[in-house]
Design a protein around this ligand. Structure first.
Ligand code: SAH
Ligand code: SF4
Ligand code: F3S
Length: 456
């Protein structure tokens, strides 16, 4: 029997796409293989957000050369954000990756997954793969994901949109994933209901900017959501909230964009019982000139106002963010302003990235990547030190409290999971608690985690 192995890099969208590819490959007759060396088809689901992410994939290709020596039938596929043109090594118009990766057989964009079978046949015409019924091939969102990224059925990623229209000047995503398209509401609700019936207690809605769900240029032209009398994303959260009747307890979503953080959405977050006191809201910089150069369409003042409303409506809400340091032209003064803002906002966690020039973006074409690597690194350290302080302070408030933790896995003799505020909690127990929501009394913390004991 033919087998496959998928190596996934990047964000949750890629993990969700991998789950879709698993469904598709098993329909073709392939079986999952946990040993890369023994697989007949190896897929790299790639990320190109920073140069380092791409380098990691390219590093793996040397290994593919060795594996191909041992297995003449091995097929190497690259998918994800590094791919622009679906093609095989025999296609007339091939993706650029074929020029750099000689081991490559097929390159496929995530959302063009339905073309994969045809490209595999181009490379290996004699391979016995099954035909997939036409109706399952219309769009990639129609292919049901396996939800295998999580260890238990208690959690499920559900993609609600793909692509991005925001064109932040530093970002490759609008080029790699294309225009923003929202998935039809019925499809999402059907997938969610099935997941809950199958044991999901938590659903994580994913997309590049989830809170612009139904509002993109494409969505408006298609008039898909015209029948709704309210903001499509708010409607979606309300519909999902009804699934609490059949066992759904938590609905999270990521990432959100400040521009689409409406009062209605904040209100829905405060009143729906499946909504958690947690929001990841990437700000990228805390200085208005830098935000302008990044093409982030809000000011520091507007961002602060959103946070003020969130904290007023949802007391104790945990807010996390993303920051890029060392963006084109970022001066010491501008960075200092971001530092002050960062400290003042008391973010509970943050992904701190040193700017990485991405070919094809506006910044790459029109701006100078002129902050030296050393300075980027020093700025990262400075913000990371502040982050440790704000994270510690945020964790301190839970010591002595009993929290509900959704158990996600086990490491050595310790279970780990997330609290309602999305804090990682670790505790010991001899029982198998995977996928359950348990009560844990917190007794200590380090910089980023809480520790406790099962509460009676
Ligand atoms: N759509 C989300 C972010 C997706 S990318 C949003 O707009 O918030 C995830 C994070 O990677 C971004 O928030 C940003 O902080 C970082 N990032 C994106 N492009 C980058 C680049 N060229 N260099 C460094 N970090 C980058
Ligand atoms: Fe990239 Fe900006 Fe879109 Fe986020 S909103 S994916 S940072 S272009
Ligand atoms: Fe990377 Fe693509 Fe996600 S570039 S961060 S995998 S959208």
């Amino acid at each position: 029997m033919l087998t496959y192995y998928i190596q996934t890099y990047g964000c949750q969208m890629n993990y969700s796409d991998t789950e879709r590819m698993e469904t598709y490959l098993s329909a073709l007759g392939f079986k999952k293989n946990s040993n890369m060396k023994k697989a007949d088809l190896i897929v790299f689901n790639t990320c190109s957000i920073r140069q380092r992410a791409e380098d990691r994939v390219l590093g793996q290709m040397v290994r593919m050369g060795d594996l191909k020596k041992n297995n003449k039938n091995l097929i190497v596929v690259v998918t994800g954000c590094m791919v622009r043109t679906p093609s095989s090594k025999y296609s007339e118009k091939r993706d650029n990756l074929f020029n750099t990766i000689k081991e490559l057989d097929v390159a496929i964009k995530n959302d063009e997954l339905p073309l994969l079978a045809k490209l595999i046949r181009e490379v290996k015409p004699n391979l016995e793969i099954k035909e997939i019924p036409e109706e399952t091939l219309e769009s990639y969102f129609q292919i049901d994901p396996t939800h295998s990224s999580h260890k238990s059925n208690s959690q499920a990623f559900i993609a609600i949109s793909n692509g991005c229209d925001k064109f932040c000047t530093y970002c490759i995503v609008p080029f790699s994933r294309g225009r923003e398209k929202s998935r039809p509401m019925e499809q999402i609700l059907r997938e969610a209901e099935n997941a809950v019936k199958n044991g999901a207690k938590e659903i994580i809605l994913i997309g590049q900017t989830v809170n612009s769900y139904g509002l993109s240029t494409y969505d408006k032209a298609e008039k898909t959501f015209d029948y709704l009398k309210k903001e499509p994303f708010v409607y979606l959260l309300e519909e999902l909230d009804k699934l609490s009747e059949i066992g759904l307890e938590r609905v999270r979503f990521t990432s959100s964009h400040p521009k689409d953080m409406s009062d209605d959405l904040i209100d829905a977050m405060s009143r729906l019982k499946t909504q958690m006191p947690y929001l990841h809201l990437p700000v990228q910089a805390g200085e208005n000139e830098v935000l302008k150069r990044m093409n982030r369409p809000y000011t520091v003042e507007q961002y602060k106002e959103i946070i003020r409303k969130l904290r007023e409506k949802i007391p104790g809400i945990s807010i996390t963010t993303d920051i890029i340091m060392g963006f084109c032209g970022e001066t010491d003064e501008e960075f200092e302003t971001t530092c002050k803002f960062f400290e003042e906002m008391e973010f509970e966690h943050a992904f701190l990235s040193q700017y990485s020039n991405r070919k094809g973006t506006y910044a790459s074409k029109k701006m100078k990547d002129n902050v030296p690597q050393k300075v980027k690194h020093a700025r990262w350290h400075k913000l990371n030190n502040t982050l440790k302080k704000t994270s510690n302070k945020a964790l301190e408030r839970f010591v002595g409290k009993t929290l509900k933790v959704l158990v996600e896995g086990q490491e050595k003799d310790e279970w780990f999971g997330r609290s309602e505020h999305y804090k990682e909690v670790r505790f010991k127990s001899k029982k198998d608690l995977l996928g359950q929501i348990v009560k844990v009394k917190i007794d200590s913390h380090d910089d980023f985690r809480l520790y406790g004991k099962i509460a009676k």
